[in-house]
Design a protein around this ligand. Structure first.
Ligand SMILES: *Cc1c(COP(=O)(O)O)cnc(C)c1O
Length: 226
């Protein structure tokens, strides 16, 4: 069942790429396996998935050692500062850096173990009360401070768009994030690469791809509802 669902998601990704003239290789599918048992991750692995998304540090700590070495775990949920130390050497990419204080903690813990941690800044593009993340206009000032932190590399931006029935409704939010991404990339800020744009979930990943996503995070359409 997971193999078939994956197949369908990949076909929809390819069609979206075709519609906007993008190379399907330029979009990475992250299978969001939060709350799902290890057997389901293994089934996805068998069907070719290597990138998994989790929103809790504890789940990454439990699942990563049980999966083959070539799996990459992405931290996509709100990260508490006291959990940073546990996760920085287990996750491939932290998608949810939503405050300067969190970035400073990541800097300290990364320096302590002598690594450079790859992160995305989370952006609350739709200005939702309930969501974490920087507002669009806060991103550049934040990058100007984070560039001083030599153990953090900002690879790009991430957004969790509002929950919608029709992905089309999020097109404007995705457009705004893409514009900011291109704009920040053009500034060539130290320690900032801007080659990852993480946006799009089960309800809206095709629209996100059309608007420039390089990573989409899909749970329900692969693993079923939670
Ligand atoms: C759960 C989650 C997803 C996946 O959502 P689906 O609608 O199940 O595809 C993507 N991103 C984040 C940050 C999530 O927490």
């Amino acid at each position: 069942m997971i193999a078939a669902q994956l197949q369908e998601v990949r076909e929809r990704m390819e069609l979206a790429c075709k519609r906007c003239g993008r190379d399907p290789e330029s979009v990475t599918l992250i299978a969001v396996s939060k709350t799902k048992p290890i057997e389901m991750l293994r089934a996805a692995y068998e069907a070719g998935v290597r990138d998994f998304g989790e929103n809790k540090v504890q789940e990454i700590l439990e699942k990563a050692p049980q999966m083959p070495q070539d799996c990459r775990f992405h931290m996509i949920g709100h990260l508490q500062r006291n959990k940073v130390k546990q996760v920085i050497d287990k996750a491939q990419l932290l998608h949810s850096v939503d405050s300067l204080r969190l970035a400073q903690q990541i800097e300290r813990d990364s320096a302590a173990v002598g690594q450079v941690t790859q992160v995305l800044l989370e952006v609350n593009a739709a200005r939702e009360e309930s969501k974490f993340g920087f507002f669009l206009e806060e991103v550049e000032p934040a990058l100007m401070q984070i560039r001083e932190l030599s153990h953090i590399r900002v690879r790009g931006l991430m957004t969790i768009a509002p929950f919608v029935m029709n992905g089309e409704e999020n097109r404007e939010n995705f457009k705004k994030l893409y514009q900011l991404y291109v704009d920040m990339k053009s500034k060539n800020i130290d320690n900032v690469t801007m080659d990852v744009l993480s946006m799009g979930m089960s309800g809206d990943f095709e629209t996100a791809i059309e608007e420039g996503a390089t990573m989409i995070r899909v749970g329900t359409s692969i693993f079923g509802s939670r």
